[in-house]
Design a protein around this ligand. Structure first.
Ligand code: IPD
Ligand code: CA
Ligand code: CA
Length: 261
């Protein structure tokens, strides 16, 4: 399989889908917006974008299955799996805000071999393949060197289903408000790529799904960063919790915010 060629085709598909999202946001009406749960939105655009991606990706690699957020295609266990979020950042999207993104990962078994995250408004295409490097619009990415929480630039998110553990972590984060700068941008896939690009030093979130993180985490690792679950293990794609970082700040974030020791 020529992963580089597939990645180029995936980028084209991500761009086309992103342009569809952008045009759709400009004409989105109140009645197009549905609620899946409290503050968890979905629109016909999420579903249509997903169908377009499934059709396009299906042609690229007919032997691959799909794991998608909007369930427009049934998940069947196969050797290769496309893990896709057609619109990451729907809350921003329905409020006429940015950023939002298209996120596509290809897994071979339990291993990600390709990741593409596209922000159509900023025109930012983040991508990586198993060849090892990560890129933003053709320029190679590198994580930041910030090694301490003090003066760190830290992304995080608030899950739709905030459980006790998630709430505890947010409270521990609050204790650091005087020490570092926190940001919620509202698209997990992009926020992990911001760590890969050296914009943020770390990003943490509980209650995430594989389609939120698979592509971004792979891009970050290819850029020299580190991802773990909340115990420091590697169950961050399917384990619903992730700490993404430049590596240097990881331990301190784990101790001060995640484990609160
Ligand atoms: C959400 C975004 C958000 C994060 C949520 C995700 P969606 O994805 O990534 O930043 O905080 O937990 O579910 O619903 O916009 O695809
Ligand atoms: Ca998402
Ligand atoms: Ca989504």
């Amino acid at each position: 399989m020529d992963v580089e060629k597939i990645c180029n085709d995936v980028k084209l598909l991500a761009r086309a889908t992103g342009e569809y999202l952008k045009a759709g946001q400009a004409t989105l009406r109140k009645k197009d917006i549905e609620l899946k749960g409290t503050r968890n939105y979905v629109t016909y655009i999420d579903k249509e974008a997903e169908q377009r991606l499934v059709e396009g990706l299906g042609k690229l690699l007919p032997e691959a299955g799909f794991l998608t957020e909007e369930n427009t295609v049934e998940f069947i266990q196969k050797e290769f799996t496309w893990v896709i979020d057609p619109l990451d950042g729907t809350t921003n999207y329905v409020h006429g805000d940015t950023p939002y993104s298209v996120s596509i990962a290809l897994m071979s078994g339990r291993k990600v071999i390709l990741g593409v995250v596209f922000d159509p408004v900023a025109d930012q295409m983040f991508y990586a393949t198993e060849s090892g490097k990560a890129f933003l619009n053709g320029i190679s990415l590198q994580v930041s060197t910030q090694a301490t929480l003090v003066n760190g630039y830290i992304g995080f998110g608030i899950p739709y289903n905030l459980d006790k553990k998630g709430e505890q972590i947010l409270q521990q984060a609050m204790k650091q408000f005087r020490n570092c700068s926190f940001r919620i941008k509202g698209s997990a896939a992009l926020e992990i790529c911001y760590v890969a690009a050296g914009i943020s030093d770390t990003y943490f979130h509980s209650g995430l799904s594989p389609w939120d993180v698979a592509a971004g985490a792979f891009i970050l690792e290819c850029a020299g960063g580190k991802c773990t679950d909340f115990t420091g293990g590697d169950h961050y794609i399917f384990g619903k919790e992730m700490v993404a970082s430049n590596g240097a700040i990881h331990q301190e974030i784990m101790e001060s915010i995640i484990q609160g020791t």
